[in-house]
Structure formats: C-alpha cells, structure tokens
Design a protein around this ligand. Sequence first.
Ligand code: UGA
Length: 442
Amino acid sequence: MAMKITVIGLGYLGATHAIAMAELGHEVIGIEPNPKRLGDLQNGLIPFHEPGLPEALQKVLEKGNIKFKENHDEESFEADMHFLCVGTPQLPGSYAANTEYLHAAIDALAPYLREDAVIAGKSTVPVGTAAELTAALAAKVGFVPHLAWNPEFLREGTALEDSLRPDRIVIGVNDERSEELLRKVYEPITDLGTPFLVTDIPTAELVKVAANSFLATKISFINAMAEIAEVSGADAVKLAEAIGYDERIGNKFLRNGIGFGGGCLPKDIRAFMARAEQLGVGSAVDFLEDVDQVNLRRRNRVVEIAQSELGSLSGKKVLVLGAAFKPDSDDLRDSPAIAVAKLLLAAGANVMIHDPISLENVNAQHPEFDTEQDLLAAAQGAEAVVLATEWREYRELNPAHIGAVVANRLLIEGRNALPVADWQNAGWRVIALGRNVHAAAN
Ligand code: UGA
C-alpha cells in the first residue's frame, strides 16, 4: 500500500532511495538544501553518474509521485515515514565520522514530526548514534519519537538495482510501530522473497560497518598476498582464483590492485576504529589499521614500479587511465586512481589523466592535472600507461592502436583487468600488481 514519505538528503544514497521508493509506488518528498543538486533533480537530472537512474527519475516524475524541496513544510507533517539519508563524512584531522548533518536533519524535521510517524536512519553511523538522535529529538518535540535504523547496502554503479532487489533488508527497531511501517514500506520488495531481518538498533547500526569492514578486509587480504607474490614470483590473480573456488572464501572482492576507495569503505573502517576506541574496545578492530595501511601501500607500489622501470620520473609523461574510484561512477572521493596520479606528480612525472566520464569533476576538483577526453590524444608521447580504473573502454582497448602513439610501451596494470597476453603480443611490457607478469600471461 502506498505511503507518504520524506527522504532527507539527496546525495547518492538519498536520491537513489527516493527514486526507488517512488518506483515502488510511494508518494515521495525529497528534501535537499544544496541548490545545484536540488535544481538538477527538480529538472529531471541526476547530479552524478549512475546507470539507469536518470530514466527511473523521468518515469516517476511523469507518474507524479515524487517531488523535491529545499526544506520541510506543512506537507512533511502528513508523511508517515521519514528516511534520513544525509552524509556522515570523515572528520578532518580524525578517524571519526561527522554526524552533525544527522543532528541538523532531525532539528529541521522536529517541527513537522507527527507523534505516530516513524523516522528511519539509513546513513552509515557509529553504533550508538540512533540513541543520541532519539534523545536529542525527544527533548525538542516533547515525546519519544519512533526512530529506527535501516542500513543501506547499495553500491555505486548498480545503485538502483541494489535498492530494488537487495540481498537483504535489515531494520533495527525499538517499537512495534516502526516495524509495522517499515514492513509496509518494503512490502513490494519482500513479496519477491527478499530476506527481511529485524534486529535491535545497535545491531542494525553495526551491520553496515561490519559488512563494509569485511569487504575492505577481503580486498586488503588479497593485496597483502599480492605483496608476498611480488617478491616470491607467485601470481596473486591465480592465487585468488584458486582460493576463491572454496565456497567458504568465495571469489568476489578478491581482485588485487591499487585497492579500495570511494566515499564509503575507507571512511567507514576509520570511523569504526574511532568508535571502538571510544567504547574501550579499540583493540577488537586494530586489524583495520593494517587493512587501511595495506590498501594505501598499493598506491605507492605503482610509483615504485614506474621508477624502477623508467628511473627518475622527472618530466616524463605518464598516462593514468581512469580517475573514478571504480567504473560506472564519476565519484572521485578517495579515489585510488587520483591518489596514484598525485603520487606520480609528486615524483616529478608529467601526469595526464583520461576517464570516460569524470574529467569535468577532475578539472574542477584537481586542476593540477592535465586531462584529455580523447584517449589517443591523451596517450600521445606517454612513457608509461597506468590502468587505475577498469572501465570497459579500457578492457576493450586495442593495445596496438594506443601502442602506436606512445613513446614507450610500458603498461602498469593496477587493476588486473586487461588481457595481458594481447598487450604483450602488441609489444607492451606489462607489469601487473601482484603478478610475475614479465614472463607470465593470462
Ligand atoms: C560499498 C559497498 O560495497 C556497498 O555494499 C555499500 O552499501 C557502500 O559501500 C556504502 O557504504 O554505501 P561502493 O563504495 O559503491 O560500495 O564500492 P565497492 O563496489 O564496494 O568498491 C569499493 C572499492 O573497492 C573500489 O575502489 C573498487 O575498485 C575496490 N575493489 C573492489 C577492489 O580493489 N577489489 C575488489 O575485488 C573489489
């Protein structure tokens, strides 16, 4: 049954959630104070790159069950549910998450909150945040609000699909009303057989950071194996394939390379360490510091390889293929590709960045880099090419074509996504992270 809901904060998570909720038939009011983001959405545009989302937004705008506003107004009072989707970025100079936007969101909602309405937090938060928000809100409104936690597991690049067909829905609740409304809101999804887990609130808060910590650990595990492989002549790609056949291990998230980045995994593991420390159990997640350090070391490895191959990088042109933290995204937050480009620049290289869709963001946020939209023009005269983001365009690249314009056919494979043998056959010297690929080819 259709419900009236607000979605507060329309970044990646909120915009996708709002559109997904409208697609399920609910009547959605999206609240976003950022004028550029708001204007884009009101005009039917998605302010970031996410496959399938622009079409879905058009559809629900035409259907008429979604609208976007700068602030709450009387209409918010009619809503049965409010989803909190604001960001919780890393605090500058600290590992901890900044939860001030959540506090601002509940302050703004307070005057329009009905006593029987339910608030569901979706943002990734330190465990204990929901209790803090509930107390702060109760002091403002004079009743104990129904506040639940409902973590979101969507991935950039497949955000809408992940929202509409998730692996599971998790809700952390304190009261029956919250469970009842959350069950109702997700009914069209759970009717398809999606597992629906009801937990207490701290567990629901922890589920998200635990899941992201596990994923980050898995990637750093294989990157640690890559470090060993590189000095022992082993091949971490084959190793991952071999261990991945064990169902208990699984083959996903075992791709070694320049590591994880983005707006979630890096900041979530750090915020988890900070929160555990506050709770007096910091040592329980000490290993996440190593997960972080392994991850950061892989970025430096690219520069070490470039230097060992080319000597001083001073004035040498290096082409970095990819800027986004992963393909099908234009998100540069903590992007390993940008981090590698920065390290190369610091080592004196003349860095050129190519990316199929993110160059506008690169030019705006990192004006220190040269960028070029045309791939062959970008490659002209390069002494090394670094694969930093495994866009399909690069995976399908003809190595002879790009080989014809570079000054030196050296490929540093930072994502283990290219057909090494084809590149070698086209005369490229390929050095892939974690692989003894001077000799071997896949
Ligand atoms: C991640 C989680 O996967 C989502 O479940 C979660 O909802 C989301 O964070 C969030 O907290 O909101 P996302 O940041 O979109 O999603 O990106 P991932 O697909 O997890 O990739 C993260 C990074 O790991 C990328 O830089 C990717 O290149 C890297 N990666 C991934 C590897 O280096 N190796 C792999 O095998 C897999």
